[in-house]
Design a protein around this ligand. Structure first.
Ligand code: GLC
Ligand code: GLC
Length: 813
């Protein structure tokens, strides 16, 4: 069953009924000011940091689930009837409803009682504000007297404090209202230099800023007292819960259309210019005035929206493909690329399942996210790499997370996730392959953000490698530390205390438990380091990394091999995890994917055998589960993985992030059908047809799909912020379609599904446009290239500065 459809032409997903199984959401903003928005206008906004600079309030896990947002109420003055044009929060019957989620904007349209309403929400490029453009049309044959009420709740900036510290917060709230503009200035009187403003293009008849006055005693958002009465109370908040509401009155003649623009923004003032006049407590509003002048004008709004769409045309234009499969096209060309940009901005911080108060930017997450967006915004990938590397510790280890506002490592979570540093190598390598910019390796970067500790980025990478080499266990496999990629496989935390963190509590010495996954990742990273060393003329380094990779490969093929697949780890007692010897958790997906991607066992048949075992034991119709058999009870020595009921999350769920590793592994072995088959199983667009089972948005990947041991097998959870986005993008574009940046140029090495006769692609690579035409000439994966009509040996099109456009024909046989 479907709840909408894809409008590929407009790059939108169109939701046709408001009661989707879960909120189906979108993101606003591209640089500093961001918002989350659901299909019923739920969500919130923040400036740069979802925890420390939250503009509007949102209560997670609410009842109904998605309550609180950018709300509007329409009131028919003749009858006193009111409704929400976005359905929530009144949930009144609508004659029609449509939500269009697009690239950085959302449009919610509906009709009720002869009044059509369409609201466009977006954040103009390079501006710290959001626009709600409401267009009202009277379809009646009589004039309509209408009231419009806007409504949002302000958050008292620190979102964590906001939901916990009520004894203080109920007394601190402050606002100002001037010429119909509502200013939120809690804590501006003391240390904050920022405030929010909320304005409307029509002179409001009244306003409200005190939530309890607006809603009335025991009132909810579904029927605020002020809206019921039809008259704003002009309330001023003193403490409690500051909010913003404008009351706009208008008369629409039959057929008449009217536009009302609302603007919500964030503003900072220099410390010595906070007040006007100086010495008073009144906000200095000078910097706001020109923005309101501009964006309350519907023509400027249209221009800003046009600019935003052109921006996305340009970003997505870096790679466009035309294949025989509509699901591939719309994910690769639109939604998967878009999701990669969102994970770039958000890491794992703010979604409808990540509350924005917990995690900042993840070290391993952000490095992997980079793989999916580097071709769209290489300059910002560069910036991100340098930020990440600056949180690295002198030991080569890394803070697991950092706060985007301060760019400081997060001490609460700390370090010792032993896979973390290696991902930096992958991120940097991807950046250089995309851009050719080897200068980044010489860029001085501090450790732990300490001025004076700078060394070239290349040395950071060397320390990343040494970090692993200096932490080897009894089998000469890398020690796992708190966890590797799988945060929930905690081999050094034997926790019997409820509520204790499995990640930050370590009560074992950590000198025994080892990870085969990290070993695979190390080999992959070492292969990249060999190439980077060669690029920088570090011959000795290249030899060292080549030797280290060979040595590690040998260990994996020995202690890391279980007979039919790669083992996962060794526990604190030195016993294998992910082995026939175990009763539960005999085979894990991660080492199969990672080791084969690293090339381990490709020559000797181990790789094929491992992937066959995956197919046999882990693959389901809804994707490949993380391990089998799932853990039926809590295993003290394995940690959080066994806390989840079987089939959920890391305990036998389809943890989608890992699936593209298997796709890439299959593609590496030349098996296009298997890679493409797995790709389709978790592709959200394919799964649109079973939306009642999948339940999450059909346009973006979710972190998890419940596995075969779960009663709700096939149900997705935690949409949007997942490494699944970047890795699937890599799997489909670089491995199945095979258009893969290399240091020397653009590799064209598709591994076509047997049913395909070919495809075409347009790729912008280091400023040159490549037009690629792939044709099937035979059943295999041999590539014959023709570049600008001339045959070319190999499968890499060397990059040439002088050309603007290059025509590539590839025959696969
Ligand atoms: C979450 C984390 C990621 C981790 C994964 C597996 O997605 O953000 O860092 O690798 O879970 O545990
Ligand atoms: C929980 C989640 C896991 C996530 C981790 C991050 O353990 O299950 O997916 O990676 O938290 O701290």
């Amino acid at each position: 069953m479907r709840y909408g459809y894809f409008d590929d032409e407009r790059r939108e997903y169109v939701i046709t009924r408001p009661d989707t199984p879960l909120p189906w959401t979108n993101y606003l903003g591209s640089q500093d000011y961001f918002g989350l928005i659901s299909n019923t206008a739920g969500g919130y906004s923040f400036y740069r940091d979802a925890r420390l600079r939250r503009l509007t309030r949102y209560r997670y896990n609410n009842v109904p689930f998605d309550t609180g947002g950018r709300y509007l109420y329409l009131r028919d003055e003749a009858s006193g009837v009111f409704w929400s044009p976005s359905w929530q929060p009144t949930r009144s019957d609508l004659d029609s409803y449509e939500c269009r989620h697009g690239m950085g904007y959302t449009i919610i349209g509906s009709a009720s009682r002869g009044i059509r309403a369409e609201t466009l929400y977006f954040v103009p490029l390079d501006r710290n504000l959001e626009v709600w453009r409401l267009v009202l049309t009277n379809d009646r044959d009589t004039a309509a007297e209408l009231s419009v009420f806007s409504a949002l709740e302000f958050c008292l900036w620190d979102a964590w404090d906001d939901v916990t510290n009520f004894q203080r917060n109920f007394s601190t709230g402050q606002v100002e209202v001037e010429e119909g503009v509502i200013y939120h200035k809690t804590e501006y009187r003391e240390r904050r230099d920022h405030f929010a403003y909320f304005a409307c293009s029509l002179q409001p008849a009244g306003y409200d800023t005190a939530r309890e006055v607006f809603l009335g005693p025991y009132g909810g958002w579904d029927a605020p007292l002020v809206v019921r009465r039809g008259v704003a109370a002009n309330s001023i908040a003193h403490g409690w819960a500051p909010m913003g509401s404008h009351h706009v009155k208008l008369t629409l003649q039959p057929g008449q259309t009217e536009t009302v623009v609302f603007v919500l923004g964030y503003m900072e003032n220099p410390a010595d210019e906070k007040f006007d006049p100086p010495g008073s407590q009144r906000i200095n509003k000078q910097r706001v005035a020109p923005l309101l002048e501009e964006f309350l004008d519907p023509r400027a709004v249209q221009a800003a929206w046009d600019k935003l769409r052109a921006h996305w045309d340009n970003l997505l234009g870096k790679l466009q493909v035309e294949t025989p499969d509509v699901h591939v096209d719309r994910m690769a060309n639109i939604w998967n690329a878009y999701q990669c940009m969102i994970t770039f901005n958000m890491s794992r911080s703010a979604s409808f399942y990540e509350s924005g108060v917990g995690r900042g930017m993840g070290f391993r997450d952000s490095n992997q996210d980079l793989l999916g967006f580097v071709h769209m915004i290489p300059e910002r990938a560069r910036e991100r790499i340098l930020d990440l590397a600056a949180t690295q510790l002198p030991s080569g280890g890394a803070y697991h997370q950092y706060q985007p506002l301060t760019k400081r490592g997060n001490d609460l979570v700390g370090t010792n996730f032993n896979d973390d540093p290696l991902w930096l190598v992958l991120g940097v390598a991807a950046y250089i392959k995309e851009t050719g910019d080897t200068s980044i390796l010489q860029e001085p970067v501090p450790y732990d953000n300490k001025p004076g500790s700078e060394s070239p980025l290349y040395e950071h990478l060397q320390r990343s490698m040494d970090y692993t080499l200096n932490r080897m266990g009894p089998h000469r496999l890398p020690l796992i530390g708190r966890a590797d990629w799988n945060d929930c496989l905690n081999l050094n935390c034997f926790s019997t205390t409820p509520g204790e963190s499995f990640q930050t509590t370590t009560n074992k010495e950590g000198v025994t438990a080892e990870s085969v996954f990290i070993a695979g990742l190390f080999v992959l990273a070492a292969t990249e380091m060999v190439q980077l060393a060669q690029l920088t003329g570090d011959g000795a380094g290249a030899a060292r990394y080549r030797a280290a990779a060979e040595e590690m490969t040998a260990v994996v093929c020995d202690a890391g091999w279980d007979g039919s697949w790669f083992r996962r780890a060794y526990d604190d007692f030195g016993r294998p995890v992910g082995s026939q010897e175990n009763d539960e958790g005999q085979i894990y997906i991660e080492p199969q994917g990672m080791c084969v991607m690293a090339g381990i066992g490709v020559e000797d048949g181990r790789a094929r055998q491992a992937l066959d075992s995956v197919r046999e034991r882990l693959a389901t119709a809804h994707g490949i589960v993380l391990q089998q058999p799932a853990y039926s009870k809590y295993h003290l020595h394995l940690g959080e993985i066994s806390t989840y009921p079987p089939g959920y999350k890391e305990n036998g769920g389809v943890f989608c992030h890992t699936n593209p590793w298997i796709m890439i592994a299959e593609a590496r072995l030349g098996n296009g059908d298997a890679a493409y088959d797995y790709y389709g199983r978790i592709n959200p667009s394919v799964r649109e047809a079973i939306s009642e089972v999948h339940r999450c948005e059909p346009y973006v990947y979710a972190q998890m799909i419940a596995g075969k041991d779960a009663p709700t097998h096939g149900e997705a959870k935690n949409s949007w912020l997942t490494g699944t986005a970047a890795w699937n993008y890599v799997a489909i574009t670089q491995w199945i379609l095979g258009i893969r940046p290399e240091h020397a140029g653009l590799r064209i090495a598709p591994v076509l599904p047997s049913g395909w006769s070919g495809f075409s692609a347009r790729r912008v690579f280091r400023g040159v446009r490549y037009r690629v035409q792939v044709e099937r000439g035979g059943p295999g994966t041999r590539i014959a290239l023709e570049v600008d009509g001339q045959p070319l040996a190999g499968d890499i099109v060397p990059w040439q500065k002088s050309s603007e456009e290059v025509q590539v024909r590839a025959i696969v046989s």
